[in-house]
Unconditional design. Structure first.
Length: 277
């Protein structure tokens, strides 16, 4: 009898181990709410397998505009946020939703337009280019989706001395969609559009589009990462999420970011050494 009970107990333990293994493995995953550019540029497709091989942690990405990504984190539906709108990120921290912000990498924005540059804006001065586009009512596509790129676009209109809410007309089209859709729309409309360089380099359907304005310091595009506050959301996977944050800003993570290239061109430039907010 004792032998039978012992056998049953051992079988029960074995079943628990076997059936518990998938749940344990599933727990080695985190959700990262991130901007569409990190996904659309192919960066995550390159980085995440390296991170998983190193740590065994699976990263599930929710790719949205920065504003939407931060809102996802505000609802506690992500463990980490990785976005590119510093003012919004600092607001998120001030509200107590994040633990600490770290600089990770940067690239820049570029003004894309028809190859023939019908508005005559080609150069390095983004403010002058936007003024000319508005004055000539040249077609312009705006993402209009509260993304980091959309926020940057609105800030650039303001820096150019233009109240775009009052100045926009039929020439200014807000689509409420991501960068790929905005570029496709610009291509179809023979229009201008602001894009992050990473997505532009990786974008396949360039058609008649080309870079019209680049190199202005006002087009700088910084990315930051934050762990969602586990004190506000106890279900946040604090240790796994922090492991991802720490890896991104480590030498290994920074080297991996620098190593991502398309056609020999580097899409993002690591700058975690600059510190975070």
């Amino acid at each position: 009898m004792m032998s039978r009970l012992l056998s049953l107990a051992l079988m029960g333990m074995l079943c628990a181990i076997v059936h518990g293994a998938p749940a344990s493995a599933a727990d080695r995953s985190i959700v990262v709410a991130s901007t569409t550019s990190t996904q659309d540029s192919g960066l995550f497709g390159y980085l995440l397998p390296i991170f998983m091989a190193r740590t065994g942690i699976e990263v599930k990405v929710v790719a949205q505009g920065t504003g939407q990504a931060l809102d996802t984190a505000r609802r506690g539906d992500a463990d980490v946020v990785f976005v590119h709108a510093k003012a919004q990120e600092e607001k998120f921290l001030a509200e107590g939703f994040g633990v600490k912000r770290y600089d990770v990498m940067y690239n820049d924005f570029v003004l894309i337009g028809p190859n023939g540059d019908p508005a005559g804006v080609k150069g390095k001065d983004i403010a002058s280019a936007l003024k000319t586009i508005q004055e000539k009512a040249a077609p312009f596509v705006s993402r209009g989706d509260r993304s980091g790129t959309h926020e940057a676009e609105l800030a650039l209109w303001k820096q150019a001395g233009i109240d775009i809410a009052a100045a926009k007309g039929a020439w200014y089209r807000e689509i409420g969609q991501g960068m790929g859709a905005a570029l496709n729309t610009a291509n179809a409309m023979n229009a201008y559009v602001l894009s992050d360089r990473g997505t532009w380099i990786s974008f396949k359907n360039k058609g008649d589009l080309a870079i019209a304005v680049e190199g202005d310091t006002r087009l700088f595009n910084q990315y930051g990462v934050m762990l969602v506050n586990p004190e506000k959301f106890p279900h946040v996977k604090k240790d796994l999420g922090q492991t991802f944050v720490d890896w991104l800003v480590s030498k290994e993570g920074q080297d991996a970011i620098a190593g991502y290239k398309i056609g020999g061109r580097q899409l993002f430039f690591p700058d975690a050494a600059n510190g975070g907010g």
